[in-house]
Design a protein around this ligand. Structure first.
Ligand code: HEM
Length: 531
């Protein structure tokens, strides 16, 4: 009897447990089902009612920005995928619930305009710092046109060709130092000639170059021969963070700008410290690196404090210094690498370039003057072609469509508030502008061809120039482009003049890392001095 009662109790207990667990499971299910189904309904309604539904693109991209977020993690595959999708779907591609990437070079002037109506989107916002507890944007990342004009006005003139050329004596010191190090370490040193990771060394050159023209003091990468403070590596990580998080800008508030635990990329500690020390010692009149007869950007920026006391203070100057370094070093390195990589893989091109540079009367012992190198048509064609085929940035430069919408060439209207833009990597290869061989490196396309009269060449050039987005466009066009070009023309002409250069393995392809700054690796070269 006792055992029967025990079994009954055990049975009832088991039934109770089942009932309780069934209740709990249904409660949990109810709790999950409601929000999940609401989210699904919300996404479905948004998808069904979106005015962008008419534009083609990958299925998931129309639902969530996560599609781009994950694709970006695959590096170069991102730009290759966007290119393939354009080939499949045509010039208008929906790559986000509210984002269109278009390949209409004829709309560059409209979207990247100077009328101040096409605002940058929040894509740019995480490129910012917290100062006095407040998120602070700089000239590249602010989306507010009035604030942008206030930042740019005091210093714009220092990026004109006149101001840039005043820095040429300082540039020459860095170019000479670059050559000295290459010769010592890879050509004539005690260990004899050996192969050089030219891509790496170009980065040492550009970082030291930018530091020298900015505050008359190189970081020392050339002298030390490696990324001794890991700043170059850190800058790469920062850019990769920028590109990933920019796909869903709100993420930055949870990560880098999180007030409790910061989960952002590493800080550029050493670069910031050197910049800060230079500013302080200059303001105190104790900067031993500065020669008052040789201007630098720090001097220009301090001058801007006097000319625009209402707009510029020491914090602004620090921001100006940092943007010079961050926007200027990797970008120019990528361009110089492209020039050498493409030319050295195309012997006929390289031979033409050598012939032109060697005939230009550039002194073997001195860096090529900008005035001379800028006048060399084939060098110019080579640099333009490198910027076209491998532009520094390989992502959509997003802008908001203003009031009134945008009528596309197919007659459809993109409503105001849509994020839209072009990608230099895509428009630079537009076959309507550059021809069927747009995917090939052919500098001759920039020159007059046999049988082409000067008017036809002028018109063709005009069309290619209008489609050139390698430095962006409109009121947000690259501020440092003349400085960058000066740096690139000088160093390419100097290296070609002084050395015989060849790739260790001309058949080996470089690898690309990154999307916003598509950085290349694996450009190994052998070099020897010209007789
Ligand atoms: C070959 C080298 C360079 C390339 C290809 C390049 C490319 C670009 C591009 C494409 C943009 C526009 C981005 C956008 O609208 O989304 C830009 C903006 C900018 N660049 Fe460069 N850049 C180069 C070198 C430099 C240098 C040397 C500096 C300064 C020392 C610099 C400073 C800036 C600044 C400040 C902006 C923001 C301009 C604004 O929003 O008003 N860049 N650059």
């Amino acid at each position: 009897m006792e055992s029967l009662t025990g079994s009954l109790e055990a049975y009832l207990g088991a039934v109770r447990n089942v009932v309780v667990s069934v209740d709990l499971r249904s409660a949990i299910a109810a709790l999950l089902v409601v929000p999940i189904s609401s989210i699904l309904v919300w996404f479905t309604v948004a998808w069904l009612t979106s005015p962008l539904r008419q534009y083609p693109g990958p299925f998931f991209a129309a639902w969530t920005n996560l599609w781009r977020f994950f694709l970006i993690q695959t590096g170069e595959n991102y730009q290759l995928t966007i290119k393939k999708l354009h080939q499949k779907y045509g010039p208008v591609l929906r790559i986000g619930p509210n984002l269109l990437d278009i390949d209409y070079p004829e709309l560059i002037k409209t979207i990247y305009s100077t009328d101040g109506k096409w605002l940058k989107t929040e894509f740019y916002h995480n490129n910012s710092t917290i100062i006095d507890g407040k998120i602070t944007y700089h000239m590249f990342s602010t989306t507010d046109q009035v604030e942008h004009a206030r930042m740019k006005r005091p210093i714009a003139k220092y990026y004109s060709i006149g101001s840039v050329l005043a820095l040429e004596p300082t540039m020459d010191v860095v170019v000479n130092d670059f050559c000295k190090q290459l010769e010592k370490r890879f050509m004539t040193g005690p260990s004899g000639p050996k192969e050089c990771d030219l891509g790496e060394w170009i980065a040492y050159y550009t970082w030291d170059f930018l530091a020298s023209v900015t505050f008359s003091r190189p970081f020392g990468y050339l002298q030390k021969g490696h990324d001794f403070d890991r700043s170059i590596q850190t800058a790469d990580k920062t850019l990769d963070y920028f590109m990933a998080v920019s796909q869903m800008p709100w993420l930055d508030y949870w990560l880098d700008k999180n007030p409790v635990v910061r989960v952002g990329p590493p800080n550029l500690v050493h670069v910031t410290r050197v910049a800060f020390e230079s500013l302080v010692s200059r303001l105190q009149g104790k900067d031993a690196n500065f020669d008052a007869k040789k201007p630098d950007y720090l001097q220009y920026f301090i001058e801007s404090k006097e000319t625009h006391p209402d707009l510029v203070n020491d914090t602004t100057v620090m921001g100006y210094i940092m943007i010079n370094l961050i926007a200027g070093a990797d970008t120019t390195a990528i361009t110089i690498r492209s020039v050498f990589y493409y030319c050295l893989r195309n012997p006929a091109v390289y031979r033409k370039l050598e012939a032109e540079v060697l005939a230009a009367g550039i002194d073997l012992e001195k860096p090529a003057p900008y005035g001379v190198s800028r006048q060399l048509p084939y060098l110019d064609a080579v640099i333009r072609e490198a910027l076209r085929l491998h532009p520094v940035t390989a992502a959509t430069m997003e802008r908001y469509v203003p009031e009134g919408g945008l009528v596309l060439p197919d007659g459809s209207v993109v409503p105001a508030g849509t994020a839209i833009g072009m990608n230099s990597y895509i428009v630079g290869k537009n076959k309507g502008v550059y021809g069927e061989d747009a995917d090939e490196f052919r500098p001759e396309r920039w020159l007059r061809v046999d049988g082409e009269d000067s008017e036809a060449h002028r018109l063709r050039l005009q069309r290619m120039n209008a489609a050139d987005l390698s430095f962006g466009g409109g009121s947000r066009i690259c501020l440092g482009r003349l400085l960058a070009l000066c740096e690139v023309y000088k160093v390419v002409a100097t290296l070609v003049r002084r050395y015989e250069i060849e790739l260790v393995d001309p058949t080996k392809k470089w690898t690309i890392e990154g999307v916003w700054f598509a950085r290349q690796r694996g450009i190994l070269a052998n070099m020897k001095p010209r007789k």
